[in-house]
Design a binder for this molecule. Structure first.
Ligand code: AMP
Ligand code: ZN
Length: 472
């Protein structure tokens, strides 16, 4: 086991990572709310969490990762107001809530696959755990941590010694939590009390509801994650991940109810990924700029270019998305693959060198998930005084954490370069003709040839070293 350091949002410090059970890591991730496609902001969080999971495995830990799927019809607000997100999605698409949930769950995991995000060891839809929520809420009632008012069951935050755990987030993040999370609710005894079980909802047509000791209704959002985590990962959780917007109120409430229920500290490390922003602020499902993996693909980007783009930055810093930034990432990624493709396969792998590089990699990336140093390490290997077989072995090894398909892409590129290209002579001849036209400043002919090539499925690019071409 190699030592890993991780910033813990609960202690506000970078700490040496020591799991509850030596050698094993229990890891919980807040999954998607499946009423729409995940946007690439959501996926930034999942990419960075995936890199953390892979780093831990790479460092020798046995990791068990659990994720929920939020398919219970949750309200847009934490109070009993706002629109039910799932129902909204169902209405929009003239489908049932369950159909919507299935469709967007599948879409989410298909996006994850394209981004090389590993499927969690356990995936639990929230609708499958109603008995657990009732069990935990009943226990909270018995212990005096919960009360019944106006038809709902609330958690009583005044019973806690400490409620705010993550009080070092940006004003802006907190403001979002406040805006989205807290509205006046006359039933609450304290401002931060939150609903554990709803029976009184303003929606008569609430699609999913279940019987409970407090009447027919449905669970609050926060109880899901606590119960799912405790069921599969036990009473001691090592790492809980999520986007920074979830630190308050969602994760704060998870801690409140889990520790009240268990009677002891629950989760040791909290890892929060900061936002993907656009020029207008945080990318969100409700705001206009909502980019998906499918959209990136439609525009001709390999989804792994987006992963590469994310890995180049630290997860605890906001990341600004722009097409120009993504283009820069694509150019760098393509160049990297070309450099890997230029490596031969001769020579014997120097196993001692591979091990030394692996150790250094864990040391660098293991310092609070410094993935950009992980990317830099790839270039160091390419430049190193090692034979090509060893370089390939080291790159392949690093890729277990980075997930960039380096060798696979490089080998495909090599194959493509080696294959005889049908019609290549004709294409080269047209390019030569276009060059002559350009020299003669006959732009009309030059453009016409470009269009002709385009209609043949050939894209050309003018570079300072001449014109290159590729099949579109
Ligand atoms: P949701 O599907 O809304 O429950 O969000 C899924 C995950 O994405 C959560 O961990 C959120 O905190 C995270 N998230 C939401 N918006 C962003 C963003 N713009 N950048 C990074 N992560 C985000
Ligand atoms: Zn959660």
């Amino acid at each position: 086991m190699k030592t890993i350091y991780l910033y813990n949002s609960a202690s506000h410090k970078k700490e040496e990572f020591v799991p509850h059970e030596p050698g094993r890591v229990s890891m919980y991730t807040c999954g998607p709310t499946v009423y729409h496609f995940a946007h690439i902001g959501n996926l930034r969080s999942y990419i960075m969490e995936d890199a953390l999971e892979k780093l831990l495995r790479y460092a020798g830990y046995d990791v068990k990762r659990v994720m929920n799927i939020t398919d219970v019809g949750h309200l847009a607000s934490d109070a009993d107001t706002g629109e039910d997100k799932m129902l909204k999605g169902a209405k929009r698409e003239h489908k049932s809530v369950l159909e919507i949930a299935k469709f967007y769950t599948d879409a989410f995991f298909s996006d994850c696959k394209k981004l090389n995000i590993k499927y969690p060891d356990v995936v639990q839809p929230a609708t499958g755990m109603i008995d657990e929520y009732i069990k935990v809420i009943s226990a909270l009632m018995d212990k005096g941590y919960a009360y019944f008012a106006g038809g709902n069951v609330y958690f009583d935050t005044s019973k806690l010694e400490k409620y705010y755990v993550f009080n070092d987030h940006d004003e802006e993040d907190l403001a979002v939590g406040v805006r989205e999370g807290v509205e006046e609710d006359a039933n609450k005894r304290n401002k931060n009390d939150f609903v554990l079980w709803f029976t009184k909802s303003k929606f008569e047509d609430q699609a999913l509801k279940w019987d409970s000791p407090w009447g027919v209704g449905y669970p609050g959002w926060h109880i899901e994650c606590s119960c799912i985590s405790m069921k599969y990962l036990g009473e001691h959780l090592d790492i809980h991940c999520g986007g920074i917007d979830n630190a308050f109120p969602h994760h704060t409430n998870e801690i409140a109810q889990s520790e009240a229920y268990l009677g002891h500290p629950w989760c040791k490390y909290w890892m929060h990924v900061h936002h993907l922003n656009t020029n207008h602020g945080k990318m969100s499902k409700s705001s206009g700029e909502f980019l998906t993996v499918s959209l990136l693909e439609e525009k001709g980007y390999d989804p792994l270019v987006y992963r590469f783009f994310c890995l180049q930055s630290h997860y605890r810093k906001g990341l600004v998305f722009s097409w120009e930034n993504l283009d820069n990432a694509r150019a760098a990624y393509d160049k990297l693959i070309a450099r890997v493709a230029a490596l031969g396969t001769d020579g014997e792998v120097d196993q001692a060198a591979v091990q030394a590089y692996k150790d250094r990699f864990v040391e660098a990336v293991g310092n609070d998930l410094n993935t950009s140093l992980g990317v830099t390490a790839l270039y160091d290997v390419l430049k190193a005084d090692l034979n090509d077989a060893t370089k390939r072995a080291v790159l392949d090894s690093f890729d277990q954490v980075l997930g960039l398909d380096l060798l696979k892409k490089a080998d495909a590129l090599k194959e493509q370069q080696a294959a005889p290209v049908e019609g290549a002579e004709e294409i080269e001849a047209l390019i030569a003709k276009r060059l002559e036209a350009k020299k003669a400043k006959d732009w009309g002919t030059a453009d016409a040839i470009r269009d002709q090539l385009k209609s043949m499925g050939v894209e050309i690019k003018d570079t300072k070293d001449g014109t290159t071409w590729a099949r579109a």
